[in-house]
Write a protein that binds this ligand. Structure first.
Ligand code: HEC
Length: 160
């Protein structure tokens, strides 16, 4: 998936620090878990990467002629947990962090984002439950339902 990885260049870091100072001035209580806006962005990107990795592991099993149900179960549990984590890292003061791929529209549509995030979590909980039951065919259907919720948000709210 797309990712701008310029965060390690000294120039990008300088920009992040500058934005961090700006962000601190307008920080809201919701961001209290994060020392600066840059940390919140790194946190949510990390969570999305872990979630994506485990979606990939499930997908690999679903494509296999001999899917390993235990791998599917372990990864479905990780995806379920991860699906709850990114959202409080989208505080308003993270909009201008240099290396975020979140589009400005995201910060103007809080209700819509909550709806899309809730839907994603709902489908992740279902995937975890279905995986535990061990029916690979049912897992395949639910995996598709969950993957759709990723695209539904990325289409409008993440930079291509
Ligand atoms: C409600 C919106 C929303 C949903 C639902 C969502 N994402 Fe994302 N995702 C984003 C946004 C916004 C970003 C950009 C984050 C940033 O760069 O600050 C992102 C970034 C990512 C990234 C890149 C992280 C990086 O290193 O930059 C991956 C991978 C990803 N999402 C995977 C997923 C998967 C897999 C799902 C579904 C299981 C999912 N996302 C569901 C909004 C969403």
């Amino acid at each position: 998936m797309h990712r701008k990885s310029n965060v390690n260049s000294p120039r990008a870091l300088g920009m992040v620090v500058a934005c961090g100072l700006f962000g601190a001035a307008v920080a809201l209580p919701v961001a209290a878990q994060f020392s600066k806006p840059d940390s919140a962005v790194r946190y949510r990107q990390s969570v999305f990467n872990v979630m994506n990795n485990h979606m990939g592991r499930i997908n690999t099993q679903l494509k296999s002629s001999t899917p390993n149900v235990q791998v599917i179960q372990t990864s479905a549990a990780v995806v379920d947990t991860m699906s709850k984590l990114p959202w409080d890292a989208f505080a308003p003061n993270t909009e201008f962090v240099a290396n975020t791929n979140a589009l400005p529209a995201l910060f103007k549509n809080e209700a819509k984002i909550k709806e899309l995030a809730d839907k994603m979590q709902e489908e992740a909980v279902k995937l975890n439950a279905i995986a535990k039951a061990g029916d690979v065919k049912a897992v395949r259907t639910q995996f598709g339902a969950l993957a759709k919720t990723c695209d539904n948000c990325h289409d409008d709210f993440r930079a291509k």
